[in-house]
Design a protein. Sequence first.
Length: 409
Amino acid sequence: MRFTTLGLLALVLGLAPVAPAWAGRCGASSYPECCLPVVCCYPKITYRTCYQTVVEECPRVVYRPQYRTEMRTHTYTVCKPVYETEMRSFRYTVCKPVYEEYTYTRNYTVCKPVQETVIREYTQVVSRPVWETYQVPVKYHTCRPVYETHYREVRETHYRPVQETHYRDVAHVTCRPITEMRTVCKTIYETQYQSYTVPGPCFTRCETIPGECYTDAQGCVVKKHPTTRLVTVQCPPRVCQRPICVPRVVQQQVPVTRLVQHCEVRKVPYTVCKMVPYTVTRKVPYTTCRLVTEEHTRMVTQQRCRMVQQTVVCKVPVTTYRIVAEPRTEVCKGVRCRMVTEEHVRQVPVTVCRMVQEQRTCQVPVTVCEMVPCTIIERRCRKVPVCVPVCEYEQPVRLRRHRSRLCCL
């Protein structure tokens, strides 16, 4: 602070209009030089806080799982089936059919269709296409191939055949015929007649339900009119005969010729061809193709369709059918079946299953987990504050008018 005050005072005195004098040593210019005090500029020391990274090792205890397998005894219960067979009486009823023949008259109606053809006229609007032709320019691109021929060396491996003759033993088998008598079973079919039942035809008849009298919710007696319904009735089946073929087996003596093999060993020469490789180098020409694009224009003919409406009268033949009923009568022979009930008793074997409990023991592997402590070292980084000294120097100022010394502001 003292040095700054002296510097300002020297600056004011140096600028005042007085007799020429040299200002020096940061002080009054009117004093002789021998009496001026000596002033020095000292650096200004400040302290700044910085943070330094420090690595610390911290031990820590952790638990690691350790597995081991041990055998344990497991007791369980098993149900074992025991089967017992006993005879039981079973009663059942059998219906035996008894057939009776009778004759009846059947009235039925046949519907005969009558065809009639009528021509009818229909008016409809039809759209008729009208085509117009016009030209359209179309640009297209073509690719013209440009071929270039190059050569490359190719090494080829060729094989030259070398033939060698060897001999091997070949078994030659010859067959000699031998005739023997053998018994052969031959099947002969005979014709027999079998009875079968054909179900009777079905027809529809009209049944009348008589009217009834009932009381409605208001207490009045209302009489219901008789109604008619159609009931479908099936005629009894009839018994017919049909021929069937029954096979019968007959034994016969037949001569059979079989071949007996006779083996002979012969030496047969054969040729073995072995391929010997050799390498040949030759130049092979190959062609590369490069496509050059060219643009062309052509006129394409196109058609435009315009629909024109037109009224058309059509004559269409229509066929109608009319059903005409025609009554007919037919005398039929029927067979009436009556079922006779018979009761039978038979012994049936019944198997009964009874479950018996049984104790069993087995060894079961069990995995046990134990936590074992262990020590690990962790490295942690933290910042520690450190005070660092910093030197700051003041800026020197030079006076303009007279020869002067440096002073620190």
